[in-house]
Write a protein that binds this ligand. Structure first.
Ligand code: UD1
Length: 382
């Protein structure tokens, strides 16, 4: 049942996995500052649950404790998605929200959007319209499907609206508002843990703050195939002879490296492994790095916002503005291409870029304004 009334709009805000936390933080802050217009409840699905993958982000970004934790945990895609849906349905029945807000492209995003939409509850998608055009990526499936069943779609870059229009999404549902992930980055720049502090705390690191690179890697396409993983680890080991690399390692990558027997290769490199880092530690390191090597979506955007060269270890990106305007270069997994881009960044300082339109720290505020107007319009026609 959808609740349409003159009172505050009750919104269930969903988070599940690490990249969701920095997107929801500014939204919760704005919503909670306007209780007369919006009542925001936070639901955590439990997709990510470790101290390093979840709690550190809640603490550092001052995200309120979730009102509800579904405690789903890990599993295959089908298990995880189905379990989130099963556990979320009674929450929706009980809360009878006026809308369900989802962010990004993780399994929690599609699972909760699907439950809400089948119950006739409007779905709001923040970070809509991004497309890699690569259906082998689980996130691409999540993005396409979530956008199809969303009532309000908030985009981060101009391409988003064009992609959605091509897929038949009504133009009036789509609002270009900027990037909530960059809201969080700008709000926390001053609070970042200085790179010197983090580097001093990382045992075995043999570089210094004027000369290090940052590496992250966790995409299934890079880490699940032992042949691809070996090629990448060997290439990165080679690069680390020129620039020592800090590698905060995702749990799935750590497991795959051990399975593939590559921990010995890394032990003989100048790549220093750490546990996954908190947001403020990573932001501090990223800001001072000579370059970033990554397969993450969020880091492509954050490096563009910070003006740090980013070498993306993927064949495509759903965030083309980071390439067209920003500091990002897509190199895939070919050792020669990775090496050429790395050498260029080392020799010339790498690609310089401009800050994309509306990446100004005010995206959450714009979203709240659109949402309040939308809720008012709905209340009037009800
Ligand atoms: C998920 C997202 C991905 C995002 C990434 C960021 C999907 C489809 N993928 O991938 O888009 O970039 O999060 O981290 O939703 N694990 C832990 N502790 C945790 C969480 C996970 O140890 O707190 C381990 C488990 O062994 C688990 C594995 O990591 O099986 C993968 O976790 P999962 O949530 O399935 O996907 P991610 O690879 O993290």
């Amino acid at each position: 049942m959808t609740t349409v009334s003159d009172g505050p709009l009750r919104v269930l805000c969903i988070v599940g996995a690490r990249p969701n936390f920095m997107k929801i933080a500014p939204l919760m802050r704005v919503f909670r500052s306007m209780p007369e217009r919006v009542t925001a409840m936070l639901v955590h699905t439990g997709q990510h649950y470790d101290e390093a993958m979840k709690d550190a982000f809640f603490r550092q970004l001052k995200i309120p404790e979730p009102d509800i934790d579904l405690g789903v945990g890990s599993g295959t895609h089908a298990q995880q998605t189905a379990e989130i849906m099963r556990r979320f349905e009674p929450v929706v029945d009980e809360a009878a929200p006026g809308a369900v807000l989802v962010v990004g492209d993780v399994n929690s995003t599609i699972a909760c959007a699907l439950v809400a939409s089948k119950k006739g509850i409007p779905v709001i998608h923040v970070e809509a319209g991004l497309r890699s055009w690569d259906r082998k990526m689980p996130e691409e499936i999540n993005r396409v499907l979530t956008d199809q069943i969303s009532d309000l779609l908030f985009t981060t870059e101009p391409d988003g609206a064009a992609n959605l229009q091509r897929e038949g999404v009504a133009t009036e549902r789509v609002h270009f508002v900027g990037n909530v992930m960059i809201d969080t980055l700008l709000a926390n720049r001053e609070r970042a843990v200085p790179a010197e502090t983090s580097l001093a705390a990382i045992a075995d690191f043999d570089g210094d703050v004027s000369s290090f690179g940052l590496l992250t890697m966790h995409r299934p396409s890079n880490v699940d195939d032992p042949v691809v993983l070996r090629r990448l680890v060997e290439t990165l080991t080679d690069l680390s002879q020129r620039l020592p690399l800090i590698f905060p390692i995702h749990p799935r990558t750590r497991a795959r490296i051990i399975d593939a027997g590559l921990d010995q290769v890394l032990a003989n490199s100048r790549i220093t492994l750490t546990e996954p880092l908190g947001y403020l530690e990573l932001l501090g390191l990223m800001s001072k790095a000579r370059l970033v090597l990554t397969d993450s979506g969020g880091l492509q955007e954050e490096t563009t916002a910070l003006g740090i060269p980013c070498i993306t270890l993927r064949e495509n990106t759903e965030r083309p503005i980071t390439v067209d305007r920003g500091t990002n270069t897509i190199v895939g997994t070919d050792p020669a291409k990775i090496r050429a881009c790395f050498d260029d960044a080392m020799d010339t300082g790498g690609k310089s870029g401009r800050i994309p339109e509306l990446w100004d720290g005010k995206a959450a505020q714009r979203i709240a304004e659109v949402l309040v107007t939308w809720a008012g319009d709905r209340a009037r026609v009800a």
